[in-house]
Design a protein around this ligand. Structure first.
Ligand SMILES: [Ca+2]
Ligand SMILES: [Ca+2]
Length: 495
């Protein structure tokens, strides 16, 4: 069923070709702009570099544009750090890798080239199309965001072949993706709020793929010769939530603690998740309603200054009942029932809701599954330690041990790639799953719901008092469901 495997093969071929060539020759690694530099030193480095070199470009904002005319890897320090204001052109060459940049100006242009990998870039505010692929073969674009271009987000034309996966393409002036006389395989992209169509293709083009979602595109999600089913319509997301697109991710960490192994691939349906932890202010709003409507949860007395801090003192049972109350208050069907026939809504008492007592979709709010939480925390990155990547944790990135000695207002630290805040630190977050240290060895590959029974429920993300290791995206902790922590909620999308 997982045609994603096919895609994985495609991307692997591109990567494999890049690695094979790089390792087949004496690969040179060059670092430029070690301690600040002007733009000419990058240009000079590219000019002087032997073919197949890897050029690391340190953090900084570089004003001009770059042209790549030979095989090489250009590696920035990350999309929030290394910024190329003028754009990048890859012309008449092959085996090029560009990763870890923010790119403005002309965006990225790939013309008359072959075997190009563009990964983990942000293409922002381009004065034309964000990414142009023309007369080029085997161009892979993955894990990138293309936004705010004057023209289309991405244009694929003139007999090109491209593999486009796990990108976010939004808020561009014209189409999200426009394909002309070319082949494109589109997987797990999120395409929203573009001025034209989400995806459009002419009759000479062939499109394939799955798992793409879109909404808010002025011309509709799919136009022209786009196969039905290539892109699924989503309702506008709740404003306080972010959409996590359908698709696979690597869960766990083989270098982590024993209960994080083995790292394994998990496919999840699309879902929305709260951008911030549930705050005392929000808790009290819903709990006041709940107390008047048959629930046994109640508002907490907190100082006004605490209203925008995460709740820290909620049992797992209270979190689940609050989720039902939040649903019912908005006129949505509750997700949690005390019985397997789903006849009695869970509103009172401490009930270990059975897996069959949960509506997993077609309802309002629920706790994330452990897999949903980890995918969301990873922010679209693969195999990284933290929501922002592998850079060490610090008090400018997250509220953890030694920073404040208490919770911070939610959203005080930078969000991850899915616009989620405090996925590392601030307050531990309950998820649905029972804890079982060996579960990853037996987990199903699609929408895993955790073990059927247990004594503890899983906690994720670490808190203001946690050490760095406990704030890793793969870290698992657990506690009796009667213990007191925080949480955030999800809703299934695309039912
Ligand atoms: Ca947290
Ligand atoms: Ca642990």
């Amino acid at each position: 069923m997982r045609s994603l495997k096919l895609f994985g093969l495609g991307a692997a071929l591109v990567l494999g070709a890049l690695v094979a060539v790089a390792s087949g020759t004496a690969q040179k690694v060059i670092t430029v702009c070690q301690s600040g530099c002007d733009f000419s030193s990058i240009k000079a480095a590219i000019l002087a570099a032997p073919e197949n070199s890897v050029i690391h470009v340190k953090a900084g904002t570089y004003k001009e544009s770059l042209v790549i005319l030979k095989p090489l890897s250009l590696v920035g320090e990350g999309r929030d750090k290394t910024i190329i204001e003028g754009g990048i052109a890859i012309l008449e060459t092959k085996l090029v890798n560009v990763t870890g940049f923010t790119i403005r100006g002309q965006g990225i242009q790939v013309q008359d080239s072959q075997t190009v990998l563009l990964a983990d870039n942000l293409i922002d505010q381009s004065s034309s199309s964000g990414l142009l692929i023309a007369n080029s073969l085997t161009v892979a674009v993955q894990g990138s965001t293309i936004q705010n271009s004057t023209g289309s987000g991405m244009i694929i034309v003139l007999g090109s072949k491209a593999i486009i996966s796990a990108n976010t393409i939004k808020l561009n002036g014209s189409h999200g993706i426009s394909v002309g006389a070319s082949q494109a395989d589109l997987r797990d992209n999120l395409i929203t709020d573009n001025g034209g169509c989400g995806i459009t293709a002419d009759s000479a083009s062939q499109l394939s793929g799955s798992g793409n979602t879109g909404y808010g595109n002025a011309g509709g999600n799919a136009c022209g010769n786009v196969p039905s089913g290539l892109i699924a319509q989503q309702p506008p997301q709740p404003p306080s939530m972010a959409l996590i697109p359908a698709g696979s991710f690597k869960m766990g960490d083989d270098a982590g603690e024993p209960d994080e192994r083995p790292a394994h691939t998990v496919y999840l349906s699309a879902f929305y998740i709260d951008k911030v932890e549930v705050t005392y202010g929000f808790w009290n709003e819903v709990a006041s309603w709940a107390a008047d409507n048959g629930y046994d949860i109640s508002p907490r007395r907190v100082e006004a200054a605490q209203a925008n801090h995460p709740v820290t003192y909620m049992t797992w049972y209270e979190a689940v009942k609050w989720a039902n109350a939040r649903s019912e208050r908005e006129g949505l069907k509750p997700c949690y029932y005390v019985d397997r026939l789903q006849q009695t809504v869970y509103r009172t008492g401490d009930v270990d809701v059975p897996i069959e007592g949960v509506k997993w979709s077609g309802c309002g709010y629920r706790l994330p599954t452990e897999a949903e939480w980890e995918k969301a925390a990873r922010g679209g990155l693969e195999g990284k330690r933290y929501p922002w990547g592998d850079e060490e944790i610090s008090c400018s990135r997250a509220n953890y041990s030694g920073c404040r000695g208490s919770t911070a207002p939610v959203g005080s630290y930078p969000p991850n790639g899915y616009e989620l805040y405090d996925m590392a630190g601030n307050e531990w977050e309950w998820v649905w799953d029972w804890y079982n240290p060996g579960y990853y060895g037996a987990s199903p590959g699609t929408n895993p719901l955790g073990p059927p029974l247990g004594e503890s429920r899983v906690l994720r993300g670490g808190s203001w008092g946690s050490d760095a290791s406990d704030c890793r995206v793969a870290n698992r902790d657990y506690a009796s469901p009667s213990s007191h922590y925080g949480f955030r909620l999800v809703r299934a999308a695309g039912q």
